[in-house]
Write a protein that binds this ligand. Structure first.
Ligand SMILES: NC(=O)c1ccc[n+]([C@@H]2O[C@H](COP(=O)([O-])OP(=O)(O)OC[C@H]3O[C@@H](n4cnc5c(N)ncnc54)[C@H](OP(=O)(O)O)[C@@H]3O)[C@@H](O)[C@H]2O)c1
Length: 296
């Protein structure tokens, strides 16, 4: 019998991911706090629920895609959470980006109740979620990973089992280090070009295909040129991830100078009131220092 999927958290990422599960033909029950996002998915063929508990009652595999560590703890372990209703033998897959340490604790709590647990955070942004081409890095037991692979394949392309519980989150934090530091490198290249009076469009064309090429340069720089700071990935969520990175680095007594610097600059950006903007807004901090705007 095909799995009945539950989905909790229908934000920028969760909504298109849930939609791709519907397109793949899965029976889907969804829950999010804002009812309008639930209604939108009901209109496309999903069933709506009023709590994570109700999602657990109706599902064999429940996916969570919420904001932060306390949110996953609440929707999984809370009094009205998935664990209060999901039958023994079924599976929870958390695809949010949260603490690796808390993830291992949640995995133990679920396994104590006979529930399988995978941490499966993603990379690829809103565009990857819509296209179903996310990279998915998975921690947990290999047998559970193999069973759940077809479900993950409805949402992503590069899907790798990276180790035991918590490993998916650790690999995701590696991803976030590379993403955030590259964003700063891109922003410095843009501000340098603007200050030097270089043609921004031609500069972008000239360097995107060479060794400086990056996802950030291809996807975020054009938005900066158009002064489009709408979020694909919000500054405040990037900061949540960098805090997770720096906490782990602290535990490991590890110096990450570039990551610390980007986190610091994002603090300044949040002070400027841009916490809900996209991470491409990082350039605004450099613009203040340079007294120049990156604009076409
Ligand atoms: N955006 C990206 O590019 C991206 C890429 C990779 C990974 N991620 C990660 O994916 C996760 C989701 O990101 P997002 O961009 O989709 O964020 P988002 O737009 O803020 O969506 C979060 C969703 O979770 C729901 N939610 C949060 N806390 C909840 C709770 N306690 N109970 C029930 N529902 C709750 C929210 O519901 P309401 O809106 O109703 O409050 C919302 O639907 C985050 O961990 C983020 O770091 C994001």
């Amino acid at each position: 019998m095909q799995n009945r999927i539950g989905f909790v958290g229908l934000g920028i990422m969760g909504k298109p991911m849930a939609r791709n599960l519907l397109k793949a033909g899965y029976a889907l029950t969804v829950y999010s706090r804002r009812r309008e996002t639930v209604e939108a998915l009901i209109a496309e063929g999903a069933q709506g629920a009023y709590s994570p508990r109700e999602v657990g009652e109706r599902s064999t595999v429940v996916i969570t895609m919420v904001t932060d560590t306390p949110d996953v703890q609440q929707v999984v372990l809370g009094s009205d959470g998935i664990l209060s209703s999901l039958p023994s033998g079924e599976t929870i897959i958390d695809m949010s980006t949260i603490s690796p340490t808390a993830t291992r604790e949640i995995a133990v709590a679920t396994q104590t109740k006979g529930i399988h647990f995978l941490d499966a955070p993603v990379s690829g942004g809103e565009g990857g979620a819509i296209a179903g081409t996310l990279s998915i890095m998975v921690g947990g037991e290999a047998s559970v990973f193999n069973t759940c692979l077809p479900i993950l394949q409805a949402m992503g392309k590069n899907i790798i089992h990276v180790g035991p519980s918590g490993s998916g989150q650790l690999v995701k934090l590696c991803n976030q280090i590379a993403v955030a530091v590259t964003n700063l490198a891109m922003s410095e290249a843009l501000i340098f070009a603007a200050k030097a009076g270089v043609n921004l469009e031609l500069m972008h064309q000239a360097i995107s295909g060479g060794a400086a090429g990056s996802w950030q340069l291809s996807n975020l720089a054009p938005r900066v040129f158009q002064r489009d700071f709408a979020p694909g990935f919000m500054v405040k969520l990037q900061q949540k991830d960098l805090r997770l990175v720096l906490q782990e680095a602290d535990r490991l007594r590890l110096a990450l100078p570039a990551t610390s610097l980007v986190h610091n600059l994002f603090n300044a950006l949040e002070s400027m009131g841009a916490g809900n903007e996209g991470t491409q807004a990082l350039v605004k901090v450099l613009e203040r220092l340079a007294q120049v705007e990156v604009k076409i």
